[in-house]
Structures are given as structure tokens and as C-alpha cells.
Ligand binder design. Structure first.
Ligand SMILES: Cc1cc2nc3c(=O)[nH]c(=O)nc-3n(C[C@H](O)[C@H](O)[C@H](O)COP(=O)(O)O)c2cc1C
Length: 185
């Protein structure tokens, strides 16, 4: 069985609906996965590098789970990556510890999917925001396996129980799509 590592990069899951639901659904349906909630482990952003590198070494598949913040990953996930993906570990002439591991991006956005197009409000496709992850994957000799994305999960649209239920449902479906992708690997 493949070792699946899910890194949650949300900066505060106590106020989350989408990422919280996705993680809880994975915990329920994919109990063999190791789920790492960076916000509870590292509220001070002080990453335990050896501990995180151990988890990476253990894994066959790495899922980065996060909400889009300013068209990118949240600061906490960036910090985790800056600290753990070190020269000599993940890349460089002697750094091959991530070689052959599969990488999946799993993320949510507040804006609905249709806004992410050349003609739409954002002016870019969602895929246009992902080159830094793809390049990192390439540099570290990982295999980029694509992404699972759900939009329209904004805080501003959680004003009635029905709207909240809709977002919970969308988040559960997101987790199901992620599990479908994992099954193919
Ligand atoms: C600081 C911040 C920045 C955000 N930036 C974006 C953004 O660039 N594009 C977007 O579509 N949504 C953006 N959002 C909305 C979040 O992506 C959305 O609230 C999140 O995916 C919902 O997940 P959650 O319930 O797990 O927090 C932002 C939210 C916050 C708090």
C-alpha cells in the first residue's frame, strides 16, 4: 500500500469550513493517510525540520491541501516548504530524498471557478497559478500528478444554513475526487 501524506497548509482551521471538511472526510474514508495540520503543529511558524523531513521520506504520495490565499499557497505552507525542501535534501547534487514521489495539489478558492479564465474577473486560468509547484516538483525529481480544485467556497457566502450546507457538500465531493485520483496512483 502506498504511503499517503496530506499536508494541510491552512493557517487557521478553526475558522475553516472547506479545508476542515475535506480533511475530516479524508480522515474518515482514508484512515491510512497521514494528515498533518500545520496550523496546530506550528502556530508560531517554527517548523520542526527533521520531523517534517521524516514524514516526507516515509511518503510515496504527497498531497498539499490548502485554500488559495492571494492566488498562491498560504504563508504557513510556503514556510513549511522553504524550511523542509532544503538543498542537499530535496535538490542539489546530493539531494534526492523526494525523487520519484508523487505530488498532488488539492486546493479551494473563494471565487467561483468561472472567474478563473482569461476573459473572467481574474484574467487567468487556475492552472496559470501553479507553475511554482510544477517547477519545484521538477527540481526535486518528483512526479507531478495534477490537482483537485473547488471554487466558490467564500466566507461571504456562508450566510444561511442552506448555503453552509452547500459548501460542506462541495467540500465532501472535493475529498471524493481527491480519493478517486489517489486510487489511480
Ligand atoms: C487572506 C486570504 C486571501 C484570499 N485570497 C484569495 C484569492 O486570491 N483568490 C480566491 O479565489 N479566494 C481567496 N480567498 C478565499 C479563500 O480561498 C477561501 O475562503 C477558502 O478557500 C475557503 O476555505 P476554508 O473554508 O477552508 O477557509 C482568500 C481568503 C483569505 C482569508
Amino acid at each position: 500500500m502506498k504511503n499517503i501524506l496530506v499536508i494541510s497548509g491552512h493557517t487557521d482551521l478553526s475558522v475553516s469550513l472547506a479545508n476542515k471538511t475535506i480533511l475530516e472526510t479524508l480522515e474518515l474514508k482514508l484512515p491510512q493517510a497521514q494528515i498533518v495540520r500545520l496550523d496546530s503543529l506550528y502556530p508560531d511558524f517554527k517548523i520542526d525540520v527533521p520531523a517534517e523531513q521524516e514524514k516526507l521520506i516515509w511518503s510515496d504520495i504527497i498531497v498539499l491541501q490548502f485554500p488559495i490565499f492571494w492566488y498562491s499557497a498560504p504563508s504557513l505552507l510556503e514556510r513549511w516548504m522553504e524550511e523542509t525542501f532544503r538543498h542537499g535534501f530535496s535538490h542539489g547534487s546530493t539531494g534526492d530524498k523526494l525523487k520519484g514521489k508523487k505530488l498532488i495539489l488539492s486546493f479551494t478558492s473563494g471565487a467561483p471557478e468561472y472567474m478563473y479564465s482569461r476573459e473572467g474577473a481574474m484574467g487567468y486560468e487556475i492552472d496559470d497559478f501553479l507553475p511554482c509547484f510544477k517547477a519545484t516538483s521538477r527540481l526535486c525529481q518528483m512526479e507531478y500528478e495534477g490537482y483537485i480544485y473547488t471554487g466558490g467556497l467564500s466566507y461571504g457566502h456562508r450566510t444561511t444554513p442552506e448555503l453552509i450546507d452547500q459548501q460542506i457538500q462541495k467540500s465532501k465531493e472535493h475529498a471524493d475526487r481527491l480519493m478517486d485520483l489517489l486510487k489511480t496512483l
